[in-house]
Design a protein around this ligand. Structure first.
Ligand code: C5P
Length: 235
């Protein structure tokens, strides 16, 4: 099965302090987005890659993210004004002959080949699968005025991560329908769920965090150190 990865990395990264946009921020010397792409490249399940970057950043990404790390992508395309629009921009460039489309946030550098393999296998079978983690906090549904509306049963709650993988036709239909009906969501699974199509949950890893705030950078540093120690003791 041919798998095309779309990597939305067109966010402004404004919640991470600093003058350097988040994508280029070095994590132990390697830019965040390069780490994500290297992690995807390490998986033998990804055949094509479409990178979505902030409009105007195409050349800078080639020069600072791709070239120095020997990374190649099929396309580097400008994103849209929210994540959904950026994924859609990538979707328009996918080959009509690809079987599965894997969407993975540019801001999640710690994804591993076994988790990619598991979610691709699940999507090949079920048509749609997302990596997620059972939540450990008790989650409150809030009212707009800041009071608690409801406490959903924790045992049934999962936090969605990426990769999220879909049969190509299903994801295209989901995006086109959402676009036509003015529905916006922060993940692709929600667009597929609206079509009434079942989506499988695939257990992920806590370390597959999305680098969103400055505090996440310290966590990322700890994960990298732990990995280095693991590599040293293995070698
Ligand atoms: O907004 P959030 O932090 O959840 O973004 C998740 C991913 O979507 C990030 O990798 C970000 O770069 C990307 N994104 C995008 N286009 C936007 C906004 C976010 O590709 N307009």
């Amino acid at each position: 099965m041919h798998v095309t990865a779309i990597v939305p990395a067109a966010g402004g990264g404004t919640r991470v302090a600093g003058l350097v946009p988040k994508q280029y921020l070095p994590l132990a010397g390697i830019p965040l987005l390069a780490r994500t792409l290297l992690a995807l490249q390490a998986s033998r399940r990804v055949d094509s890659l479409i990178l979505v970057v902030p409009p105007g950043h195409e050349e800078r990404c080639r020069a600072e993210i791709l070239a120095p790390f020997g990374l190649t992508t099929d396309e580097v395309v400008p994103g849209g004004e929210d994540r959904q629009a950026s994924v859609y921009a990538g979707l328009l460039r996918t080959s009509p002959s690809t079987d599965l489309i894997l969407v993975h946030d540019g801001a999640r550098p710690f994804i591993t080949p076994p988790v990619i393999q598991a979610v691709v296998d699940a999507a090949a079978e079920a048509g749609a699968a997302v990596v997620a983690m059972p939540v450990t906090d008790t989650i409150k549904l809030a009212r707009p005025d800041g009071w608690v509306a409801e406490t959903p049963e924790r045992g049934r709650l999962w936090a969605a991560q990426t990769p999220q993988v879909f049969h190509a036709g299903l994801l295209r239909e989901a995006h086109i329908r959402a676009q036509a009906e003015g529905f916006r969501s922060t993940d692709d699974s929600a667009l597929v769920e609206r079509l009434g199509h079942p989506v499988r949950l695939v257990p992920g890893l806590a370390e597959n965090l999305k680098i969103t705030t400055t505090a996440d950078l310290a966590l990322a540093d700890q994960i990298l150190r732990a990995r280095d120690r693991g590599t040293e003791s293995a070698g």
